[in-house]
Design a protein around this ligand. Structure first.
Ligand SMILES: [Zn+2]
Length: 290
């Protein structure tokens, strides 16, 4: 396989990380960036299953609200009146709702290519740019510039779904006002192969090692590399670990947690095994437009 790498943009060769049914995840021999071998994003795939997943998301928005507050506060720590919050892939707008509750005067706009979510957001009275992802990004940024502001971008578990993340971020960086900031959370896919084996063993049956919609696999190093390659400055990438029942409920899409799960969460608070192994569940990247 000699396809263009989504991370380093080379005509790269890949080695296989893991296979589940007909899904194969591979890793670039040049930059170590991981990807789904058949590199088709959800927007192009139009799968029924994914549509069902999103429908379920809408039904369980209460679970999202619970963890969105912490994310709203993360953004607020970067915000001042020179910024407009621009959320890319806003989904159900859970973070927007929490921002409004904390401070209703914080300006917010959403970019949401998925029409189910876009309709839902507009119904909530949110300003939404929808349609082609690059055109809507450009239009949102134009609006930020016309208001003489900078953008405070949020990509909350979105970049793993975006085709060619380095090119996308480089485009975003090139059109945005200097001093704009981006906050990115993605799943940490480090150790995917052996984590999948342990998870299958505990579960007693096989499941995909990660969500099949994750066409890009990030590790701490790969996220940093992507931001650097996209020409951002002041880059920071940190782990964000699971330490609350609300986070697990969000991941499982169910508020009914087993005692075993609850005990596991308590255990991690005392012995941070995930940090020791470099596999806390999420990564958080922050960077600035030069
Ligand atoms: Zn590469």
């Amino acid at each position: 396989m000699n396809e263009e790498c989504p991370f380093c943009s080379n005509a790269a060769t890949y080695k296989k990380i893991i296979q589940y049914s007909n899904l194969i995840w591979v890793k670039c021999n040049n930059c170590n960036g991981g990807r789904l071998k058949s590199y088709i994003s959800e927007l192009e795939r139009e799968s029924d299953t994914l549509h069902d997943v999103y429908k379920r998301y809408i039904e369980s928005s209460r679970i999202f609200d619970k963890i969105a507050k912490e994310k709203a506060n993360w953004l607020l720590s970067k915000w001042n009146e020179n910024f407009i919050v621009v959320e890319i892939g806003a989904g159900l707008g859970s973070v927007a709702k929490q921002l409004r509750e904390i401070n209703p005067s914080i300006p917010y706009m959403a970019i949401e290519p998925n029409s189910t979510f876009a309709d839902y957001l507009m119904g909530q009275g949110t300003k939404v740019f929808t349609g082609d992802p690059l055109v809507s990004l450009e239009n949102a940024v134009k609006e930020v510039i016309s208001l003489n502001k900078k953008a405070l971008f949020l990509m909350d578990n979105v970049l793993e779904h975006v085709p060619y993340p380095t090119k996308y971020l480089n485009f975003l960086q090139s059109i945005s006002p200097s001093g704009s900031i981006i906050c990115i959370e993605v799943p940490n896919e480090a150790g995917l192969k052996w984590r999948a084996e342990i998870q299958d063993f505990i579960r007693g049956f096989k499941k995909p090692p990660t969500f099949p919609g994750h066409i890009n696999l990030f590790t701490k190093r790969v996220l940093r590399y992507t931001l650097l390659k996209a020409s951002f400055v002041n880059i920071s990438v940190k782990y964000k670990a699971i330490r609350s029942d609300e986070q697990v409920a969000y991941l499982l899409q169910s508020e009914k947690l087993s005692l075993k799960t609850k005990l596991a969460v308590r255990f991690l608070k005392f012995i941070p095994v995930d940090y020791l192994l470099g596999i806390p569940y999420w990564l958080r990247g922050e960077a600035q437009v030069r």
